[in-house]
Design a protein around this ligand. Structure first.
Ligand SMILES: Nc1nc2c(ncn2[C@@H]2O[C@H](COP(=O)(O)OP(=O)(O)OP(=O)(O)O)[C@@H](O)[C@H]2O)c(=O)[nH]1
Ligand SMILES: [Mg+2]
Length: 222
């Protein structure tokens, strides 16, 4: 598949990203589009999880995916193979997207054609947490090999996410990963965060994640 659109998104001209993000949330509400901002470290399983998520929900919603990276279009190609609309955003070397960069991507996706838009943010546990993209909900993935202490080291990321997916639970026997400790640390940062253990490789836990998404999408686009 060689027909992936690559959009070079430019840094916001707005002085206040927070205000612009609120504006974008209003625009999304108006067009009845739910935007999920999915964040994580590089390689924790965002694209694999999205492939499973799309399989579970593509008959229910019109899905569009924005893959943000510094370079390449490999993730957008992987997502396009699932049959949903997929575009690649290049950030010009930046390690996050702001609200206006997200808006530029959504324009290419076509808000009127999408009920459920997904932004796979740049792999990084620091910068993306500092910039509100205007998303309806934020989710992050922490994978087992990264260790259960990450909520202690990257507090902001865990504090802004509505859901934390704990991925790669199939490799738990090989790592000293304490799931209960991890949940405790996440809830220290964010008592309201929903924690869902998953294995994107086998599909375990995806049903619960898809259920949470459906409930939240239906609530926001009704
Ligand atoms: N064992 C195991 N491997 C997984 C699982 N989920 C993803 N992987 C593997 O982890 C690697 C990275 O997965 P990706 O889905 O590309 O991760 P990503 O977060 O999208 O990576 P970037 O976009 O580069 O930040 C791949 O080799 C996947 O096959 C899982 O549940 N278990
Ligand atoms: Mg990816």
């Amino acid at each position: 598949m060689d027909n992936i659109r690559v959009i070079e998104v430019k840094r916001s001209v707005f002085e206040s990203n927070d205000q612009d993000a609120e504006r974008l949330r209003g625009e999304l509400k108006e067009s009845k589009t739910f935007l999920l901002n999915l964040m994580s470290s590089p390689g924790s399983g965002k694209t694999t999880t999205l492939t499973r998520t799309i399989e579970a929900l593509k008959d229910k919603y019109r899905i569009g995916v924005m893959e943000a990276d510094i370079d390449s279009d490999v993730d957008a190609k992987t997502i396009a193979a699932t049959g949903v609309k997929s575009i690649q955003l290049h950030t010009g070397g930046m390690c996050h997207l702001d609200a206006d960069m997200t808006r530029q991507g959504l324009k290419e996706l076509g808000l009127e054609d999408v009920d459920f838009a997904i932004l796979e943010n740049v792999g990084n546990l620091v910068c993306p947490a500092e910039f509100d993209t205007g998303s309806t909900k934020n989710a992050m993935i922490l994978s087992v090999p990264e260790g259960h202490d990450k909520p202690l080291k990257y507090p902001l990321m865990f504090s802004i996410c509505d859901v934390v997916l704990i991925n790669k639970i199939d490799v738990m026997p090989y790592f000293d990963f304490d799931l209960e400790k991890c949940k405790e640390y996440i809830h220290m940062r964010n008592p309201k965060a929903k924690v869902i253990p998953i294995c994107a490789k086998t599909g375990e836990g995806i049903e619960e994640w898809a259920k949470w998404l459906s409930e939240n999408i239906d609530e926001s686009i009704k």
